[in-house]
Design a protein around this ligand. Structure first.
Ligand SMILES: [Zn+2]
Length: 254
């Protein structure tokens, strides 16, 4: 019979070949194990890795106190790079595709960090987010846990939002409208198209579903940058015209 070993996290007994020896942060360890090596089952290992990634992402977002300034810096760099002359046309097109995708990422970072930091630093926004996002409707709460849950509510929301793909503009538009009362432009077609092109570049090697190569050149990158700058600027203007303007007002008792 297979030797069974206890997973140090969930305490389940699993066979020796289902156990992993991992070096982890000693969160669920007793202080007697300063080396941080533990035996955990594969499921716990996977969950912990996902959790640590989200935790890292949440931390990085919380450190981005000036998303607009950082967005403009990225755009400035992209504008500088698009004008660099490369030795041949093929390289120029490759560079254009990279810069195109990077510009979308800059927008995505702006949207994510602006939204998340406002939600977790403002009690009203946090409440609106929890009360309107369908995700939270499906989460169970037992009355016995109500106080504990409230204490960690902000972290729970933060972790969920860190996992949202902020280039999903249809979803993000709804979130901005419902939670922050910010409207995206009425015609989102150029932005939706740009996100699709970015998807083809990042996930399909620059080809669309039919196998046709996306024709992104320097001019398309420049025009994308203009669109993104106008889009983000319009959001910033609305934010500074509403009570949502001060993004880092302290969170009073929620
Ligand atoms: Zn386990």
């Amino acid at each position: 019979m297979d030797i069974e070993i206890e997973c140090r996290k969930c305490r389940k007994l699993v066979t020796k070949n289902s156990i992993l020896r991992e070096h982890v942060r000693p969160r669920f360890l007793d202080p007697k194990n300063p080396g941080g090596w533990v035996s955990v089952c594969k499921e716990c290992s996977q969950l912990e890795a996902e959790h640590q990634y989200l935790e890292y992402k949440t931390f990085a977002i919380s450190k981005n106190k000036e998303p607009y300034k950082n967005f403009l810096e990225s755009i400035y760099e992209l504008n500088a790079m698009i004008n660099i002359r490369l030795p041949d046309k093929k390289l120029s097109l490759t560079m254009a595709r990279i810069l195109y995708a990077t510009a979308i990422t800059a927008m995505e970072t702006y949207l994510s960090d602006t939204f998340i930091n406002r939600v977790v630093n403002n009690g009203d926004h946090l409440r609106r987010c929890v009360e309107t996002d369908l995700e939270f409707r499906n989460r169970k709460l037992e009355l016995t846990d109500i106080f504990k849950r409230k204490e960690t509510l902000k972290e729970e929301v933060q972790e969920y939002l860190a996992g949202v793909l902020f280039h999903n503009l249809a979803k993000v538009r709804l979130m901005y409208r419902t939670v922050l009362s910010i409207e995206f432009p009425a015609d989102m077609t150029p932005l939706f198209k740009a996100v699709k092109t970015r998807h083809d570049i990042v996930h399909r090697g620059g080809k669309d579903k039919s196998g046709a190569i996306t024709s992104i050149d320097q001019d398309k990158v420049k025009s994308l940058i203009i669109t993104l700058k106008a889009f983000v600027k319009a959001i910033e203007e609305q934010l500074s015209n509403t009570a949502a303007g001060s993004s880092f007002e302290s969170t009073q008792d929620l």
